[in-house]
Each structure stands twice: as C-alpha cells, then as structure tokens.
Write a protein that binds this ligand. Structure first.
Ligand code: ZN
Length: 115
C-alpha cells in the first residue's frame, strides 16, 4: 500500500475542509447582524450546520493522518483488519473495515455525516 499517496490525499482534503470552514464562518458572520429586519435567518442556520459537518469531517481526516504517523493506517479501529484499498481510495479517512463500518452505520444516528 502506498501510504504517501493516501497521506497526500488526506492533506489535500484537510486543506479543502479548512477553506470551506473558514468560508462558512465568514458567511455566517456577515449574515448575522441585521438589526433592521431582526431576522432569524434559515440560511445562517444552514451555514452553521454545514460548518459542523465539515468540522466532523476534518476530525476524521486528521485522525487518519495521525494513524499514518502511528503506523496503524489502513486498519480497522475495531479489529485491526486491513481496510479494502478500494474503500481507502474512495475515502482515504476510512477507519473501519466494511463489516464494522456497516455496523456503525446501522447503530449510529442520522447525524453522522455520510463519509
Ligand atoms: Zn473491523
């Protein structure tokens, strides 16, 4: 497995998410103060929601980078089984083998970002 390849992709993803989070923060800031209309703007709430998703994604990306440092990258966090390279190619921050990923998707709430 070419770890450097995944590392590069993870770093790219980290940069992309950071830029998105930064932009969402700015948009939320700009949209909030509106003393004239005193609106509770739905779009601001959307921005905030989006920011949360991106922060959750960023956490996963950084955890994967940490696993590269630790030498445990590409292995399931639960049982240490190797993660299918096709899955890593699609989602380089995948942290579980297919079995445990499916178990988590079944048991977790709807709030988990679909990564
Ligand atoms: Zn597993």
């Amino acid at each position: 497995m070419d770890i450097q390849h995944y590392k590069r992709r993870l770093i790219e993803e980290e940069q992309r998410l950071l830029a998105l989070i930064e932009r969402a923060k700015e948009e939320a800031r700009e949209a909030v103060p509106d003393p004239v209309h005193d609106r509770t703007d739905e779009s601001v709430l959307d921005e905030i929601k989006e920011e949360r998703l991106e922060e959750a994604a960023l956490k996963q990306v950084r955890a994967a980078l940490q696993r590269i440092e630790d030498g445990t990258y590409g292995r399931c966090l639960v049982d240490g089984e190797p993660i299918d390279e096709k899955r890593l190619e699609a989602t380089p921050w995948a942290a579980y083998c297919r079995r445990h990923q499916e178990e988590r998707e079944r048991s977790s709430s709807l709030k988990t970002p679909s990564l």
